[in-house]
Design a protein around this ligand. Structure first.
Ligand SMILES: Cc1cc2nc3c(=O)[nH]c(=O)nc-3n(C[C@H](O)[C@H](O)[C@H](O)COP(=O)(O)OP(=O)(O)OC[C@H]3O[C@@H](n4cnc5c(N)ncnc54)[C@H](O)[C@@H]3O)c2cc1C
Length: 417
């Protein structure tokens, strides 16, 4: 196979790879994006059928293209998001080669760049940007063994309620994915249990503004690192059905059985941690704290926003919170499936250069790794809270392109190409 040379190689043609391409072009840097499947593949095949964006159209986009055919306060469908990124790639004339997988990246012995093994031959590059997503390898905790015969899938394989065998379902994890999937299962007429861990649940709208706006003006998208105590706290929001605040009490009123953390399985019985009330209370506190901060912002800036005292009313705790279920006999409860909405890990095993911590996370500063010329983009908290999201990744890509351009100026001549 032939040897191709390129200045900067971007791996991954999702939103991160497209943003990177735009900023590299602006810097006049020759580059190529390799995508193993299709543009925005994860939005096409890595998510459930009914998914819509969690953030409204005015926010969940790049600065240089709007969603011109939908209400700016509505939530784009996943298919519309795919079309958005296809259009964007065309608009910026991104050099994306689809259907090419990067198999391995190694550092050249003389330190002048990288050798990239792909499914279509070898490429040499001065810089490599790994834009392979924040959610690379689905994680299912080893709680319920496969031999139990219960149908178990990760949320990335969930498509719709018809996919699951008849019977009751447990959804584990109450971030945006878990809470939306559980809601959809309940609407389809299933008996649903939802295992709820620590979570934040911002109000979808408050005093006339949506949560993306509030998190913006309150500086929360710009937070640099998670508080150590909330590092594993997931955020529960939903753009589904026109968008709504995730309220687990309402789920319970509609018949959903809320559970604490699914802990261990023994002889047909799933044991549940006694932490449901605590997790619900912490979620309520996070909900109220956003409104406290929003009220303070309104007052400090003398804004004429309508008051909304009713948003602060939190209903009584449902029976499943006050008398928590601490174990479930799966057969007796007719539980035939479990959907694990339990998040993802990174998998950079194809990068044979650079240094990674015990969890496979690269050591980096705003995406600049300790190996000159090797960059990562799109990861959670890469530079701040907004980093893995559509709007945030575009800004992180600008920083990396700038870094690459500066590096280009100081590289020895033979290493510039
Ligand atoms: C259910 C769900 C809903 C979300 N909703 C929103 C939302 O509403 N708003 C928002 O802002 N964010 C949302 N996100 C977060 C984030 O925007 C998405 O995860 C987004 O897909 C991340 O884009 P990315 O380009 O960084 O990574 P990805 O979309 O994962 O793209 C990475 C690409 O790299 C390719 N690739 C991987 N390995 C290789 C390789 N070795 N060689 C070649 N190609 C490779 C993959 O095929 C993929 O296309 C959501 C995430 C999930 C899971």
């Amino acid at each position: 196979m032939s040897l191709e040379r390129i200045h900067t190689l971007v791996v991954g043609g999702g939103q991160a790879g497209i943003a990177m391409s735009e900023h590299l072009s602006k810097q006049g840097i020759e580059h190529l994006v390799l995508e193993r499947d299709r543009i925005a593949e994860k939005w096409r095949t890595g998510r459930w059928d009914s998914l819509v964006a969690n953030g409204p159209a005015w926010h969940d986009r790049f600065p240089n293209l709007t969603f011109d055919d939908i209400d700016q306060n509505s939530f784009a469908s996943k298919d519309r998001i795919v079309r958005y990124f296809e259009d964007y790639a065309k608009q910026i004339e991104a050099p994306i080669r689809c259907g090419v997988e990067v198999k391995a990246v190694t550092e050249k012995a003389d330190g002048s760049g990288f050798v990239v093994e792909t499914s279509e031959g070898t490429i040499e590059a001065v810089n490599v940007v790994a834009a392979t997503g924040p959610f690379q390898r689905p994680v299912i905790p080893a709680v319920v063994p496969e031999e139990t015969g219960v149908f178990q899938i990760h949320s990335n394989e969930y498509r719709n309620p018809q996919q699951l065998p008849e019977g009751a379902v447990i959804v584990v994890g109450a971030g945006s994915s878990g809470s939306q999937i559980a809601d959809e299962m309940l609407r389809s007429g299933r008996e649903v249990y939802l295992a709820i861990g620590p979570h934040d649940r911002p109000p979808l709208r408050y005093r006339g503004k949506d949560f993306c706006w509030w998190l913006g003006v309150l500086g929360q998208w710009d937070k640099k690192t998670p508080d150590p105590s909330t590092e594993h706290v997931t955020i529960a929001v939903s753009g589904a059905h026109g968008g709504h605040t995730v309220d687990f009490r309402r789920f319970a009123e509609r018949g959903m059985k809320l559970l604490g953390k699914a802990e261990q399985y023994q002889s047909g019985v799933l044991h549940i941690a006694p932490d449901l009330a605590q997790n619900i209370a912490a979620g309520d506190a996070s909900y109220l704290s956003i409104m406290d901060a929003a009220d303070a912002y309104v007052a400090a800036n003398s804004l004429d926003f309508p008051e909304e005292p009713e948003a602060r009313l939190i209903g009584p705790s449902p029976d499943c919170v006050t008398n928590p279920i601490l174990s479930i006999d799966l057969a007796q409860a007719n539980i035939k499936s479990i959907v694990w909405a339990t998040g993802y890990a990174l998998d950079f095993s194809w990068i044979k250069a650079g240094r990674f911590d015990g969890k496979g996370r690269p050591f980096h500063d705003r995406g600049v790794t300790r190996t000159p010329g090797l960059y990562v983009l799109g990861l959670a908290w890469l530079s701040r809270r907004a980093s893995p999201f559509i709007w945030g990744v575009w800004h992180d890509a600008a920083y990396l392109a700038d870094h690459i351009a500066q590096r280009q100026m100081v590289l020895p001549r033979q290493a510039q190409r």
